[in-house]
Design a protein around this ligand. Structure first.
Ligand code: KG4
Ligand code: ZN
Length: 342
């Protein structure tokens, strides 16, 4: 079956075709980053309007390039939540309209579930069960994943997400949006440890996180002296080191606590190279295997939506593939993953 996946939860318009026999048949992405950069962050109304402009031509081009026609599509999947309400509505409306037109079933996908399952698109793919570190702009969670749809929350951030910490500190240091990649690039020119920052909740004994204090600590450090280029780079390097140290320690603690040997990293911050390097190094010594999605599938994309739908359809075809296209649709701007399939 050929599945079209549509992602419009935030500032990326994504579409992909996943063939349940042959694998990924193509994907297309338009990032709104440049449009939002002018405002220092995502402007929800602009995001929705841009999805409206981009989504249909993006999906049409994708289907043509893959040598298919809309009628070949066996199911249409879209991000139902969580995300920005207006942005989600665009994807939901296009998915339902297209599905109705071609007589295909339509399926709403949980955005975090799609991130969580995205490392299974790569080779080698991890087997179940595994611990997943979900690190995006909106979420920082550790989950035990026993199978598709079987997720147990082990710990999560009490305040800011790791990606949010990257973004906010980047803003303090005068970097553009999105801050994660910009902060990582500046960090490469600095030395961690010169301006010492805290490692929040490192010794808390649980699997929870807290990143909002880090941004305050950077703000205070910025006020201490002249913020020249060298000091900005040192602060970037120390911020990245602090976030990575906490993420690595808690992820490996979760793996040990669950008695598992597999760790999966998903979400935008999973593209961070220092995080990958440190995790690989520590995990190797502990005999733990770490799995990542391809770099291009760490941040938001349509491929993970089509793929998550394929796994859900493969596992549980009947209840999932209800013909809901004619019956109106919902989006879920806030949607708890652990309760998503209850
Ligand atoms: O998963 P994602 O694309 O969107 C959400 O669902 O939130 O994640 C975006 C987040 C942003 O906070 C961005 O700054 C961060 O991922 N990010 C990075 C890197 N690439 C993206 N953070 C650190 N290092 C990176 N290389
Ligand atoms: Zn995401």
């Amino acid at each position: 079956m050929l599945i079209l996946g549509i992602e419009t939860s935030c500032d990326e318009t994504g579409a992909a075709l996943y063939d349940t026999v042959r694998g990924l048949a193509g994907h297309a992405l338009h990032s709104q980053a440049r449009m939002h950069a002018e405002y220092g962050g995502v402007v929800p109304e602009l995001a929705s309007r841009d999805h409206i402009r981009r989504l249909i031509p993006l999906a049409q081009g994708l289907i043509e390039r893959a040598g298919h026609r809309p009628a070949d599509i066996g199911a249409v999947a879209y991000t139902e939540g969580p995300g920005l309400a207006g942005a989600l509505l665009v994807g939901a409306a296009v998915a339902h309209g297209l599905a109705y037109a071609i007589g295909a079933p339509v399926l709403g996908v949980h955005h975090l579930e799609a991130h969580l399952l995205s490392p299974l698109l790569a080779r080698p793919a991890p087997g179940f069960p595994f611990v997943a570190l979900l690190v995006s702009g909106g979420h920082t969670q550790l989950m035990r994943v026993a199978g598709v749809g079987d997720y147990e929350l082990l710990g999560e951030t009490q305040d800011d997400a790791a990606g949010e910490a990257f973004d906010k500190v980047a803003k303090l240091l005068g970097l553009g949006y999105p801050g994660g990649p910009a902060l990582a690039a500046l960090a490469a020119r600095g030395r961690p440890g010169r301006c010492r920052l805290p490692r929040p909740m490192l010794a808390s004994g649980d699997l929870d996180f807290s990143f909002s204090g880090l941004k305050t600590a950077v703000l205070l450090a910025c006020r201490e002296g002249p913020l020249d280029d060298a000091r900005r780079a040192d602060l970037a390097a120390e911020t990245q080191a602090a976030i990575v140290e906490v993420l690595v320690a808690k992820s490996l603690a979760a793996v040990a606590r669950e008695g598992l040997r597999r760790l999966v990293v998903a979400g935008g911050v999973g593209a961070n190279l220092l995080l990958r390097e440190r995790l690989d190094e520590r995990a190797r010594r502990l005999g733990v295997s770490v799995f990542y999605p391809a770099l291009e599938f760490c941040t938001d994309n349509g491929a993970m939506i089509a793929f998550a739908a394929a796994l859900r359809i493969g596992q549980d075809a009947r209840p999932v593939l209800g013909h809901r296209a004619a019956a109106g649709f919902t989006v879920r701007p806030r949607w708890d993953l652990a309760a998503a399939r209850a």
